[in-house]
Structures are given as C-alpha cells and as structure tokens.
Design a protein around this ligand. Structure first.
Ligand code: V3L
Length: 85
C-alpha cells in the first residue's frame, strides 16, 4: 500500500510479510499512533507493540518476534507462512 510499504515479522533467517488484511490493520494503527494492537492469527491472540516493534503471543509472552515496516520490494521468505522464493 501507501508509498510501497508493508509489514513484516521475523522468521528463522529472514522476514515474512503479514497477510494483506493484517498488514492494513497494522498500517492503520501505526498511522493512528496507537501503541499496541491485538491481532487474531491462526487462533492465537497476539499483541503488536509498536514502541518496541514486537509481536508477542498473549498467552505466552516468551513467544515474541521482531517486526518491521519496510519496502514491499525487500527480500522476504513469503507471505504469512506461504513461501514465495
Ligand atoms: N502471521 C502468520 N503466522 C504467524 C504469525 C503471523 N504474524 N506469527 C506467528 N505465526 P509464535 P521459519 C511462522 C505462526 O510466534 O521457517 C511462519 O509464518 C508461526 O509461523 O511462536 O521459522 C512460518 O509459517 C508459527 O508457525 O506464536 O522462518 C513458520 O513460522 C506459529 O504461528 C516457520 O517460519 C507460532 O508462532
């Protein structure tokens, strides 16, 4: 979307792009300067912490991943667990 930016979460040795719907939700919250939002992903609730740029599983905060907002053209593993390269 906007300016060619997308949202990404950390994988084992690279970045995964968030699915389209979630990315849009994150972009809206980011623009709104929200500090956190909650996401439902594959049956789990996650908190996105925009101040620390982390995604944290609500019922197990040890499960955390770095996130970033970057150009949609960066090298990535795929989208939401679906490999594209
Ligand atoms: N979108 C989709 N699936 C997610 C997301 C998300 N934002 N966050 C976690 N999961 P955890 P490699 C990832 C999945 O953080 O080989 C990738 O999408 C997560 O999937 O412990 O390590 C790949 O499918 C994981 O399966 O709560 O790069 C897979 O890992 C599960 O939720 C392997 O990627 C638990 O994640």
């Amino acid at each position: 979307f906007d300016g060619g930016y997308q949202w990404f979460y950390e994988g084992r040795n690279g970045w995964w792009q968030y699915d389209e719907r979630t990315s849009k939700e994150m972009e809206n919250s980011y623009k709104n300067e929200d500090k956190t939002i909650e996401l439902l992903i594959a049956g789990f609730l996650y908190v996105v912490d925009f101040e620390n740029m982390l995604q944290i599983r609500r019922n197990d905060p040890s499960r955390r991943r770095q996130i970033k907002r970057d150009f949609s053209t960066i090298s990535k593993k795929g989208v939401a667990g679906i490999r594209t390269n």
